[in-house]
Ligand binder design. Sequence first.
Ligand code: NAD
Length: 445
Amino acid sequence: MARTTETAAATDTDPAAVVARLRAEFATGRTKPLDWRLRQLRALRTLLTERSEELLAALHADLGKGPKEAYRTEIAFALNELDHTVAHLTEWLRPRAVALPEALRPAEARVVRDPLGVVLVIAPWNYPLQLALTPLVGALAAGNAAVVKPSELAPATSAALARLLPRYLDPRAVAVVEGAVAETTALLEQRFDHIFYTGNGTVARIIMAAAARNLTPVTLELGGKSPVLVEPGADLAVTAERIVRGKFLNAGQTCVAPDYVLAIGDTAAALEEHLAAAVRAAYGEDPSADEEYGRIVNDRHFDRLTGLLDEGRVVTGGAHDRATRYLAPTVLADVSPDAPVMREEIFGPILPVIGVPDLDAAIAFVNERDKPLALYAFTESPATKARLAEETSSGALAFGLPVAHLTVPDLPFGGVGESGMGRYHGPYSIDTFSHTKAVLDKPLG
Ligand code: NAD
């Protein structure tokens, strides 16, 4: 049931006091019963439905997100995750009996899930609502108390979370701490039982070093350059349409967005034309007039992105306006693998297309670089699919459709190597936010 009291603290400012308060609450055992967990999840559902207009307005203020895209990728996404969790939580938490070696019988052995305690969720700005709430669903479902630290680069959404979460959820066990580097640094001086961080690899190293002081386990959901391979024989119209949908969502500011395309063999020229047509079909002749097309989060990222346009040939897009932080959906061709746009995660609406002679060269290109968060391929060849599965390493591998794998709640979501460590969503969130405990019970008789 939703809490309607306006007296709950809007935001907590003293990290030591917040963590001590949550730790004391966790110690009472109140967060452990299934009933408490389900009540939190249902209250979160009420928050997301009752306050959707307010949340959509915040997302528009922060990132110019249009109402349809914001609803689908932020609110509906979090609702799907929590509905799936509510439906399956009893089954996921059920102790699992395991077989015993002959010498120990008679006895029983089982695997149980213990909540960890007080967990910290640090969220980024690009999907500032769902990347705070989806980990929170897992943390609460696993019976923990939780501190949420939203991103200061999405201030309206951060303020909305600080205002609403303590009103709808149990404020004794859920706190929001707003702020930037100073506040996060102060939080990281506290001892947590798990830290779940989504963001970039540089800050991830700071998080992990801070966690090491208390032997706190971490989940690091990071980014990187997710490639798209396109093989001859793939339907290029369908391929281009799906790449465009995945790439330019949230103006390219999506961790699993296709970062660049490797066009294999003779596909590059025709693919470029199809990509330009797909951009026109999706966003019209003037994407700045499409209310669903987002804006770049801040001036720093805008300047970084426009600086990446200096090399290569613009196939479509390139237009930009600093005053509104608009950058058109842009496809770049004739890009050197050493160009600046290929040296960092783009995280914006620029899609370089690079030609490679064959599948061997494409696989080598991927394997010479950091392990990506996702690897995508458009191919009709089962042999190519098998080779990519065998010969490459990435957080996820998807054929024929970028980005959508993260909407399948029973698939683990996470990176490998530079793209992160650990995973969540659905049952994997229960793994992340629980201790998987061994219990042996041998009768004395
Ligand atoms: P960001 O700048 O909002 O930072 C993320 C969080 O780190 C914020 O809460 C911020 O306050 C905190 N932070 C920043 N500097 C800090 C410091 N010095 N010490 C402690 N905390 C600090 O977001 P970002 O990193 O710009 O996000 C973009 C990156 O996140 C991209 O690389 C993207 O690929 C990745 N990302 C990954 C996922 C995923 O699920 N794997 C999702 C979204 C974004």
